[in-house]
Design a protein. Structure first.
Length: 77
């Protein structure tokens, strides 16, 4: 299920809310996925207020959800 949220963010340019395990602590972050590793072992995302992308291991990802204000509905023209 989490890979679907990663692909949703990547394909639609929308932020998602992710809970990650970093340095032994759970951290909630809003992020925009910019790429997913070919082997599925990680992904690269841009965090708010940062110019550089950060790489995360897929094993550190605990859960994902739509970011606040996003219901996952895409406008159709």
């Amino acid at each position: 299920m989490m890979d679907r949220f990663l692909r949703y963010s990547l394909e639609n340019g929308r932020k998602i809310c992710a809970v990650l395990m970093q340095d032994g602590q759970m951290q909630r972050k809003n992020l925009l996925v910019t790429s997913i590793d070919a082997d599925g072992q990680g992904f690269t995302a841009r965090l708010p207020g940062r110019k550089k992308d950060v790489h995360f291991a897929a094993a550190d990802l605990l859960t994902c959800a739509y970011a606040r204000g996003d219901q996952g509905e895409l406008e159709t023209l």
